[in-house]
Design a protein around this ligand. Structure first.
Ligand code: ADP
Ligand code: MG
Length: 684
């Protein structure tokens, strides 16, 4: 007996899939028959209701069912295009002219007398004519017309029509897909089975059944993710950490020594953190706040508490520049309490390194700040109780774990990010995290005036920048990565530097400096120091180099190729200015003309809140652009990260199931589904 292909066979075994097509599909992530079955439509055209020809109106999408009265092919006179022309008729007593361009084979495959569906828009052109409609012979299982027609993401030159024809004959394979939702849950929520949902999502019987299919598929995605998060959370709760007892005089003492009052948001976040670290289970908290919202002080307050209790803390920064800045700030905050702060970065000389490593191992150095790469190489602590990571999304998950596993007891973990994560996304992606949000700025911050600068306004903007520099202010210039080969943006930034020095601000040439990832750390240091002193007036930088520095005198942020950046990232750049008392500006230079790009940039102009911008970005471009969050999980096909109800439903079902069956012993299929998340949430 001949066995048909199985779900895990390559799509290459299917008829009509050449090697070339196979490669195209692979680029869409479709390798096996299973993948193809799970390659879902992006949207649907409603060709479900059939319109009698007498009622066809120009400019309206319509499906017609008619008999071919006449069909023939010819060449057009002028452009020499192949034209297939047919006349359709139905019971309504009228006829419709249909033409197809450059599809000469149609005159052979369709015959006079055939009954067909055509779906498209008719024009008035000396009578009603439908041009290049989708068509299909009338059968019991229409694919392209007379139904809700699936439209697939059309890339790599594979058309929806082609995909429909390939996928429909595979639908019976849906029965072989493993059902992994618990049967109790399926029944209670009345969800479609997985097989039915997959079939309906490709070729829905009705809008209602499509809705039910999508509901089921969105739920399963979110449910698996939430389950993984809850499992991680439970696993973490089973670990032991060093409790750092809360001591009110210690907290008060720190706050009293500050040159300013904490904002309410800072006070609440600090309180939550100090409560967390007093417990014998490791804290896992995300401190989220816009650039300039004052996260560092909250971290320093926590480190102060830990040091006072006799334990060690470490703070990891993504770059050396940031590590140094954190060390300076935290040193100045903890110095008055006689708490030493060590700095360990790539350029720390061996002579300084050795004694530092010694005192860390002895427990004599209470606070260490450095770059993550370096510290993970193997620094021994005596009693590390707290790990703080700045901008953790830049780090791989593995690195994050290595940091956590440094001590025998798991250190409490605090990550800080200025990338505003919309609330729903936070709950989704970081279901095992507790979140504190610094939703207010320290008093006295002025909004940064933001303007879009089209090419013709460039000279004006340069004139404005010149005036600012002559008034003693400083300017950032951010360059986008232009070529794939220019991964560090060295070339684009170098070109920008040359342009500014030679053509735009020749009189300031000696005060324009360049910062990019290829510079040696001593060179970077020198450039940063020059900018900090004010010798450098204009700092040209790639986006790769995090200019996470506090320069109150910088009043202009100029961003080249602004349309190439995500909104959250633009907002972060903007946060580099407006830190002093002077009015500050952000110029978004762009050549973009497409409405989508202009709309995105306009959102930055009108919105000062990073949270709002992140949400807008998520809606406009999907979550992949949120500064690297994709690395944390799989992409969703169905679930929306803005769907708070879905997220909370999935979360409560996950909790409910785990309460009943903590190890998922009764759900082997679900267990297998979870494996995709094992790495992300470190379940092993
Ligand atoms: P973030 O890391 O969140 O971007 P920082 O911690 O670097 O922000 O703080 C930005 C600036 O605001 C720093 O100069 C800091 O000293 C100052 N700052 C922090 N908290 C307050 C506050 N409550 N009142 C006034 N200034 C503050
Ligand atoms: Mg910071």
């Amino acid at each position: 007996m001949v066995r048909g292909p199985s779900l895990d066979d390559s799509v290459g075994v299917l008829a009509g899939v050449s090697d070339k097509t196979e490669a195209k599909l692979a680029r869409l992530g479709v390798v096996s028959i299973r993948d193809l079955l799970l390659f879902f439509p992006r949207r649907y055209e409603d060709f479900s209701s059939i319109t009698p020809i007498a009622f066809v109106r120009p400019g309206v999408k319509t499906t017609v069912r008619g008999r071919i009265y006449d069909i023939g092919a010819r060449q057009t006179k002028y452009k020499r295009m192949g034209l297939t022309e047919a006349v359709l008729g139905d019971d309504s007593g009228t006829t419709l002219r249909v033409v197809w361009f450059n599809q000469p084979w149609l005159a052979k495959s369709l015959q006079k007398g055939d009954e067909i569906f055509v779906a498209g828009e008719a024009d008035l052109n000396g009578g009603l004519v439908m041009k290049n409609p989708d068509h299909e012979k009338v059968s019991l299982r229409p694919q392209h017309a007379a139904r809700l027609v699936p439209i697939y993401p059309e890339t790599e030159g594979l058309t929806s029509k082609w995909l429909r024809a390939k996928i429909q004959p595979l639908l019976h394979y849906a029965d072989e897909l493993e059902e992994f939702l618990p049967s109790e849950l399926l029944a209670r929520r009345g969800f479609l089975s997985r097989a039915a949902a997959v079939r309906q999502v490709h070729f829905p019987d009705s809008p209602q059944s499509l809705e039910r299919a999508r509901e089921r598929l969105a739920f399963e995605e979110m449910f698996v993710l939430q389950l993984a998060a809850q499992l991680a959370k439970r696993a973490r709760k089973a670990l032991t950490a060093q409790p750092v007892p809360f001591d009110e005089p210690t907290a008060r003492g720190f706050v009293k020594a500050l040159p300013f009052q904490l904002t309410n948001a800072q006070r609440i976040a600090a309180w939550q953190i100090l409560q967390d670290i007093a417990r014998p289970q490791p804290m896992n908290r995300l401190l989220e706040g816009d650039v300039g919202s004052g996260k560092t002080v909250v971290a320093a307050m926590t480190m102060h508490h830990v040091a006072r209790a006799g334990f060690q803390s470490v703070l990891l920064a993504p770059t050396e520049v940031l590590a140094r800045q954190h060390a300076d700030v935290i040193q100045s905050l903890l110095g008055p309490f006689q708490i030493d702060v060590g700095l360990l970065v790539g350029s720390t000389p061996a002579a300084a390194r050795r004694p530092m490593l010694g005192s860390l191992a002895e427990g004599d150095l209470p606070v260490l700040i450095g770059t993550h790469a370096l510290i993970e190489e193997g620094v021994q602590f005596k009693n590390l109780a707290l790990t703080v990571v700045d901008e953790q999304h830049r780090f791989g998950v593995g690195q994050r774990l290595a940091v956590r596993q440094k001590a025998e007891r798991t250190p409490h973990f605090l990550s800080m990010t200025a990338t505003p994560i919309p609330r729903t996304l936070g709950l989704t992606l970081f279901g095992d995290l507790d979140i504190s949000i610094l939703g207010e700025m320290p008093p006295g911050r002025q909004p940064v005036k933001t303007r879009m600068v089209p090419p013709e306004k460039r000279p004006d903007a340069y004139g404005f920048i010149r005036k600012q520099v002559f008034a003693g202010r400083q300017v950032f210039v951010i360059c986008p990565l232009i070529q794939e080969s220019d991964k560090l943006g060295v070339r684009s930034a170098t070109q920008e530097l040359e342009k500014l020095q030679r053509d735009v601000f020749p009189e300031l040439a000696s005060r324009i400096a360049l910062l990019h990832g290829r510079l040696k750390s001593a060179e970077k240091e020198a450039v940063m120091a020059g900018f900090q002193r004010g010798d450098v007036a204009i700092l040209v930088s790639t986006s790769v180099v995090e200019v996470g520095i506090d320069i109150p005198n910088a009043t202009v942020m100029m961003i080249e190729g602004a349309d190439r950046f995500g909104l959250a990232q633009l907002h972060q750049f903007r946060g580099r200015v407006g830190r002093g008392t002077e009015e500050s500006w952000c110029f978004l230079f762009t050549d973009a003309e497409d409405p989508q790009s202009l709309k995105r940039l306009q959102a930055v102009v009108t919105n000062q809140s990073g949270f709002d911008l992140a949400e807008i970005d998520l809606e406009l471009r999907g979550w992949g652009d949120l500064a690297g969050y994709r690395q944390h999980g799989k992409d969703f096909k169905m679930a929306s990260l803005l769907d708070a109800v879905l997220i909370s439903d999935a979360q409560s079902e996950a909790v409910r199931l785990l309460d009943r069956d903590p190890a998922l012993d009764g759900e082997p299929a679900l267990h297998r589904q979870l494996s995709a998340y094992r790495q992300v949430f470190a379940l092993d």
